[in-house]
Ligand binder design. Structure first.
Ligand code: DX5
Length: 230
């Protein structure tokens, strides 16, 4: 059974002086979850949200939060992001000395664990941890900033990861997320390659029709692009 399409914003382009209202507006717009791009200035050359910032927005919506931890040694911070209200933590395979242990630890915190792969990282990196995750994120930009160009050469990797997940027996339980440069122009390629969770920042916030029109447009394009059921 194909995994359902989910549209999620990155809140990087939001007005940080009104984060609560911005999160409420995303809920109103019909997003399925909200992704917080957490950056430590070491794993990526940018610095963003601490756990207290996310906690301050938690009460403005019941939509699930996930933290995309673009940080070194995520084990040190994981518990704080769960306490802040994130029900899924995404760690980068490249940032973990012991990826299997980190994912197991996150599950032990009562959160859902997920793993992200940067553009140059082969899919094989995750072949021994699929039993520990409920989502794999294939980055379609190099992490650190919003507004970058979608890297279309990632589409074969998206298809490869989807096939790995399905062959390992997790077709009905593990999602495939893409993040970076997702827009009306690029979402068809990503969804037809096998992505079902689509993260968008710029495309949502810059849409002339507003957030809801953007979410609706991306959802219908992604749904139309899905590979036919096997
Ligand atoms: C990169 C960030 C961005 C962001 C989405 O580290 O993770 O990919 O979420 O940004 P847009 O949608 O503007 O490319």
């Amino acid at each position: 059974m194909a995994r359902p399409i989910q549209i999620s914003p990155s809140v990087l382009p939001a007005d940080f002086s009104r984060l609560g209202e911005e999160v409420a507006a995303l809920d109103e717009a019909g997003v399925d979850l909200i992704q917080w791009d957490v950056m430590d200035g070491r794993f990526v050359p940018n610095l963003t949200f601490g756990p207290d910032v996310i906690a301050s927005a938690r009460s403005y919506t019941t939509v699930p939060f996930e933290a995309h931890l673009m940080v070194l040694e995520p084990d040190q911070l994981a518990a704080r992001y769960v306490e802040a209200g994130c029900s899924r933590l995404i760690v980068h395979a490249e940032a973990c000395t012991h990826l299997h242990r980190t994912l197991d630890y996150i599950n032990g915190l009562g959160a859902r664990a997920a793993v992200a792969l940067n553009p140059s990282t082969p899919a094989a990196e995750i072949s021994h941890v699929l039993d520990l995750v409920d989502l794999v994120l294939v980055m379609t930009v190099n992490p650190g900033f919003g507004g970058q160009k979608y890297i279309s050469t990632m589409e074969p990797k998206i298809a490869e990861v989807r096939s790995m997940i399905d062959r390992a027996g997790y077709a009905d339980t593990v999602d495939l997320e893409v993040d970076g440069g997702i827009s009306a122009a690029t979402i068809t390629g990503a969804a037809s390659a096998g992505a079902n969770v689509l993260i968008a920042g710029t495309a949502l916030y810059k849409h002339p029709g507003g957030l809801k029109a953007a979410v609706d447009e991306l959802r219908s394009l992604a749904t139309a692009a899905r590979p036919p059921a096997a």
